[in-house]
Design a protein around this ligand. Structure first.
Ligand SMILES: [Zn+2]
Length: 279
């Protein structure tokens, strides 16, 4: 088992390093795409911009534009070796890069620790990877890209079709009710206050979580996300004074439900029984 945990940690660190690239570049790629589309609609010439995707151009220091060499790209280790500074110009490197790598590594360990070497663990690793990416993109840009939320939803349905982790009907209803519940809440809130409290990305993310974890867990996820969001708002809003994205709170709640699933399922069953909803 230890060897699998070490393997999980190492692959988590490496994937985490790639997630840093996705988190930074995907929103920029989306913006380029929107601008090109808008130009096309307006009949303006589409500028021939430089290629920019997840692989091209190579990563470089944002201050001195020196390309990052392979040995400077080893997760966490390189950051420590460079003492958090660029080798070219000594500009500080954001602490977030090694933290995302470390977080991914530790969450991978938690998934393998919990599920062992089963198909369940593979599902858990996919879910974890996409949730980390969505969390940081939403925190940065208030966007939850369709390119991530929609495949996550399909993967959840396929995962439950294959593993029967939750019954397929529960996964299907999880997707439908996950979307509908927040959509309804959004429109009620908008009609009552004239404000938009959430975005459509949040509905799609909860639909995806429903597809993975089943309809029964939706109330728990939303309840936990509300508490997490509230705590985050208290901690962060005072300092920054900007609206908070709900996506990260949903993602964190969904991941906790995934990891603590047996205990949480027992808790829900106990609650349903004690409130007389089921016998
Ligand atoms: Zn530099």
């Amino acid at each position: 088992m230890t060897i699998y945990l070490i393997l999980a940690l190492v692959s988590g660190l490496i994937i985490g390093s790639f997630l840093n690239v996705v988190i930074y570049r995907l929103p920029i790629m989306m913006e380029h795409h929107w601008q090109a589309e808008a130009r096309q609609i307006l009949g303006q010439p589409v500028e021939n911009t430089k290629r920019f995707n997840l692989c091209v151009p190579r990563s470089a220091c944002p201050h001195c534009h020196t390309q990052i060499r392979p040995w400077q790209n080893i997760p966490v280790f390189s950051y420590l070796c460079l003492r958090g500074r660029c080798a070219g110009c000594s500009a500080p490197i954001s602490l977030r890069y090694p933290l995302v790598e470390l977080l991914t590594g530790l969450m991978y360990v938690a998934v393998v620790w919990q599920s062992g070497t089963t198909p369940l663990a593979i599902g858990g690793l996919i879910l974890t990877t996409v949730l980390i990416t969505l969390t940081f993109i939403d925190a940065d840009t208030q966007l939850l890209p369709d390119q991530l939320t929609l495949p996550l939803l399909w993967c959840g349905l396929l995962f439950n079709w294959y593993t029967e982790f939750v019954p397929l009907a529960s996964a299907l209803w999880g997707a439908v009710l996950g979307y509908m519940s927040l959509w309804t809440l959004f429109w009620l809130f908008k009609l009552l206050t004239g404000k938009e409290g959430m975005g459509y990305g949040d509905f799609k993310l909860l639909a995806a979580l429903g597809a993975w974890l089943g309809a029964e867990t939706l109330p728990v996820i939303v309840f936990m996300a509300a508490i997490i969001g509230l705590i985050a708002a208290i901690i962060l809003k005072v300092a920054r004074g900007q609206p908070l994205a709900f996506g990260p709170a949903l993602a964190v709640a969904g991941w906790i439900v995934w990891i603590a699933n047996p205990q949480i399922t027992q808790l829900i069953q106990w609650w349903l029984r004690s409130s007389g909803l089921t016998s």
